[in-house]
Design a protein around this ligand. Structure first.
Ligand SMILES: [Zn+2]
Length: 73
């Protein structure tokens, strides 16, 4: 489903899943949709984001996540 969302977003078709979450239960083949409110304090997409770019060294971040900091601008 995430790959489908990415393709839809990239080529600009359909209704994106922005602001919604789909809970899929494979055993019963059922799903539910929930509305997700935006978090104004989110470090990535909030009012004052502190994460503004991708990290440069994924191996170092995975080995020592406690001291990980996003790359400088
Ligand atoms: Zn966010």
């Amino acid at each position: 489903m995430m790959a489908t969302e990415a393709i839809k977003y990239i080529i600009g078709i359909g209704e994106p899943l922005i602001g919604r979450l789909i809970l899929y239960e494979a055993l019963g083949m059922t799903y539910r949709e929930m509305k997700i409110n935006r978090d104004e304090n989110c470090p990535l997409c909030g009012e004052t984001p502190v994460i503004t770019k991708l990290i440069e060294d994924y191996d170092a971040a995975a080995e020592n996540p406690e001291t990980f900091e996003p790359a400088a601008d």
